[in-house]
Every structure is written in structure tokens, then in C-alpha cells.
Write a protein that binds this ligand. Structure first.
Ligand SMILES: [Zn+2]
Length: 354
């Protein structure tokens, strides 16, 4: 297993020794020997609104049991269904507990190549608003897959979509962008990719070789946000760039109409705790708590541990394939920051409740 040391000197031999191992990466599950206090937070310090989740497949009453147990006041379901199926999801949740569930609509691109699409999009949007949506999500298929009637990839900043953003401003309905993905998803899936195992589990998540690179996709999105200052935008997943919080800070500075959610990005934020804590404190009014994970008591509690404690080096909340081989550090956010991030910022973005 070991390679022969290249020197006869025992110290040089020791510090230069290396080994080639044939342990499979997926069998390697090291347990940390670090001894530090562990604080399990059963209930959050303040009520929580989960501003980013997907509940289409869940039973509302089952979700209620879970969120009651761990102090979640309301969950925003970003439905991934369109047309009548989308309306049915709204009914399913709002009829059980309108004070605990809200719904984001999903863009319907199914007939994008048919004449009249952009007007129809406006009509659909207004219909969804009449049925009580609290926001509209635009996903990463825009800019990577959606093609117009001429077979051209639709740009994120295509001006034919401007009336939608203007209508959203008029109706006070936020637009959530999930455009692009982690930087590593745009790189080859190879031994240098820090999300190798995640991409191996989901090769379809790779954008390596996409027509527009990540910087260009973000630039298109950023132009739209700047072009519609009266429209409220939510940049999902820390505006898709938690790897570079200086970029996100700059974006927030330039665009007072922008908020960001932290859905599925504890791993990114928690591996840079000094920078992330400063970011939360500085932009406390602009950051939304969101999970983007199947509702489970332990999942929510891990988020509270991340945001409330100063625990060190623990596992981040994640989907089964994990995001990368690192651990996170708690941010011990001050109470006024927690209150805003957990709930108050989301309340400001939600339509006035009936
Ligand atoms: Zn999501």
C-alpha cells in the first residue's frame, strides 16, 4: 500500500511518505474525532417561515405534524406543476391550512414555441395570482434549454419577458430566480471537482459545456433585476453564488429590489463562517430562511443549529448524495438578525393574509 520513502533520513522519510489507496471513495466515511460541544436546537429561537420548499408530493397534514414539532409557522411550496395541476396543488394545501401554507407558481414553457406565448404567460400569471400564489418561480431551464419559435435558446434577459416582470411589480408578486447552479456544476466531472460524488449521483445536473457559461447566465439575470427596479426579485440559493459572497453583496448593494434565500446552501455558507456571519449581519433585511429539502424534523433542527449555535465542524443539512466532502460551523447569529431571516423578511414579501 505504501510507497517506499525516497530518503534514508528518518525525518525526511516520514514527512515525504505518501500512499496510493484503493479504498473506494463511496466506502470512505470518516468519523470526526474532534471533541466540541454539540447543541441540538429542538425549536428555533423565533418562529420560522420556510420560504423555499417543494411540497407537491407531500400530504399537507403530514407536513403540519412535522412543522408543528419544530417551530415552523409557514412553508412556501414552490409548486413544480403548471396549468390545472398547479391550481390543484394550491387547493390541496390552502384548503387544509391557509395560515400555514403559501404557494409559488411555476413558469409554463410547454408552448413557448407557439404563437402568442408571451401574452399567454401574462394571462396565466394573473390567473395564478387570482388563485392566491405569493410568488412566481423562474427556473434554470430558462437560459439552458427553453427555445423560442425560431429554435433559438431564450435568453434570461429576453425583452419579450419584460411585461411579466412589470405585471409582477404592479401586483406586488415577487419573482424568484433559480438561474444557474454551483460553480462546480459547470466544470468537468473529474477528480478535481469538489462536488464529484453529487454529480456522479446526478449527472443531469452538470452544466459542463452549456451554451452560456455561469458568468453569462448570472449577467443576464442581473441585467433583468437592474432593469425592473420596481419588481421584487428573490435570488434562490444565495443568488446562485454563495461561493463568492463578495459578488452577492455587490449585487444586493446595487439592487434594493433583490432578496436572497439560503435554500440548500448551508454547506456553502457554513464552510466560510466568518464571511457568512458578516454577510448575514450586513444584509439581515434581505436574506430569507429556506431549506429546499423534504420536510423532516431533523433537517429543520440542523438548520437551527447552523444559524443559532457556535458549534464547530458538523454535518450540513443535505439531500442524500451530499454536496461536498466538508463540514460546517455555526454562525451564532444575533437575535435581531435571526428574527428577520427566520420570519420578518418573508412576512414582508408575502401578500397581506386574509
Ligand atoms: Zn428549490
Amino acid at each position: 500500500m505504501s510507497e517506499r520513502p525516497s530518503s534514508n533520513d528518518p525525518f525526511v522519510a516520514m514527512v515525504t511518505a505518501r500512499a496510493e489507496v484503493d479504498l473506494k471513495l463511496s466506502d470512505f466515511r470518516p468519523r470526526s474525532m474532534l471533541v466540541r460541544p454539540t447543541h441540538e436546537i429542538l425549536k428555533p429561537k423565533f418562529p420560522v417561515i420556510d420560504y423555499h420548499n417543494h411540497l407537491d408530493a407531500q400530504e399537507p397534514r403530514e407536513v403540519l405534524k412535522i412543522i408543528d414539532e419544530c417551530g415552523v409557522e409557514r412553508v412556501i411550496n414552490i409548486t413544480m406543476r403548471t396549468g390545472d395541476a398547479g391550481l390543484e396543488v394550491i387547493r390541496k394545501f390552502h384548503s387544509v391550512a391557509p395560515d400555514r401554507f403559501s404557494t409559488y407558481g411555476w413558469m409554463d414553457w410547454s408552448d413557448v414555441a407557439q404563437p402568442g406565448f408571451f401574452q399567454r404567460t401574462l394571462d396565466r400569471f394573473e390567473r395564478l395570482v387570482e388563485h392566491g400564489i405569493c410568488g412566481m418561480k423562474i427556473w434554470k431551464d430558462l437560459g439552458t434549454k427553453v427555445k423560442d419559435a425560431h429554435g433559438q435558446l431564450l435568453r434570461i434577459d429576453d425583452e419579450r419577458l419584460d411585461p411579466l416582470y412589470e405585471k409582477a411589480a404592479e401586483l406586488h408578486i415577487p419573482i424568484m430566480y433559480h438561474i444557474a447552479d454551483p460553480d462546480a456544476f459547470f466544470l468537468p466531472i473529474d477528480a478535481t471537482n469538489e462536488r464529484y460524488e453529487e454529480l456522479a449521483a446526478h449527472p443531469e445536473w452538470s452544466y459542463h459545456g452549456s451554451f452560456y457559461g455561469k458568468q453569462e447566465l448570472l449577467a443576464q439575470r442581473d441585467r433583468v433585476i437592474a432593469r425592473h427596479p420596481k419588481t421584487i426579485f428573490v435570488g434562490a440559493h444565495v443568488a446562485e453564488h454563495p461561493e463568492d459572497l463578495a459578488y452577492v453583496s455587490h449585487l444586493l448593494e446595487r439592487n434594493p429590489n433583490l432578496h436572497v434565500d439560503i435554500g440548500a446552501r448551508c454547506a456553502e455558507l457554513g464552510r466560510q463562517p466568518y464571511t457568512a456571519r458578516e454577510f448575514f449581519v450586513k444584509y439581515a433585511d434581505r436574506i430569507l430562511f429556506g431549506t429546499d429539502l423534504i420536510p423532516e424534523v431533523g433537517m429543520y433542527r440542523l438548520h437551527y443549529r447552523f444559524l443559532e449555535t457556535r458549534d464547530e465542524y458538523f454535518e450540513y443539512p443535505s439531500h442524500a448524495s451530499r454536496q461536498g466532502r466538508w463540514n460546517i460551523y455555526g454562525l451564532f447569529l444575533p437575535d435581531d438578525v435571526l428574527r428577520k431571516v427566520y420570519r420578518e423578511n418573508a412576512l414582508r414579501l408575502l401578500p397581506r393574509m386574509p
